[in-house]
Design a protein. Structure first.
Length: 201
């Protein structure tokens, strides 16, 4: 007998199998569903899939005969992706040692997501624990602001005046703590390299 051309796609719940047998007579088509075996025969043409990659529910599985192809719906007993129609892998429903890894595949994804959350939290926490003396840029602008607030809070009056004057007159591009230098003249604007300073009305 000649093996017939076929293809499939799947979801976690079922496999949809297309058997290309143009003009098949529904009265002569024979299909048998077994837990790990599928058989299609029509005259000289046949397709036997054994062992199926996973177990199917023979009672829930069905098919329709069309003009171009026969569409078969194989309902899976265990919700999981097969990746192939046939395979020598142990049946998750009959081999006890594979029952735990099968469900853990789906729960493993959820655990992994929680692990990412925990990892992110750990990173953020460790960043918060770093002192601004170790790294003034740690944690972004808010921590940098805290760093400057600490300098400002601990500074004497001249240093505070220098910081305020230099920051305001330079449009936020310069911050000096040297009052003797800043009090002499207006502080010029020094935009970062590659930037152009524009005054907004």
């Amino acid at each position: 007998m000649a093996t017939i051309r076929h293809e499939f796609y799947e979801t976690d719940e079922k496999v949809t199998l297309s058997i290309f047998d143009r003009g098949a007579d529904p009265a002569q088509v024979s299909i048998t569903f077994e837990p790990r075996k599928f058989t299609y025969t029509h005259g000289e043409k046949s397709l036997v899939l054994e062992p199926l990659k996973g177990q199917i529910d023979p009672d829930a599985s069905d098919f329709t005969v069309g003009k171009v192809k026969i569409e078969v719906r194989l309902i899976k007993r265990a919700h999981a992706r097969w990746g192939a129609l046939v395979g020598d892998s142990p049946d998750p429903l009959t081999a006890p040692q594979t029952i735990s890894p099968e469900p853990s595949t789906s729960t493993g994804v959820r655990k992994q997501a929680k692990n990412w959350d925990a990892l992110t939290t750990t990173i953020l926490t460790s960043e918060k624990e770093k002192t601004t003396e170790e790294d003034p840029n740690v944690g972004g602008d808010s921590t940098l602001n805290t760093f400057f607030q600490k300098i400002f809070g601990d500074a004497d009056e001249d240093t505070k005046r220098a910081m305020m004057k230099s920051y305001q007159e330079s449009g936020g591009t310069t911050l000096s703590t040297n009052w003797d230098e800043v009090k002499r003249a207006p502080v010029e604007v020094k935009p970062p390299a590659g930037s152009e300073w524009k005054k907004w009305n």
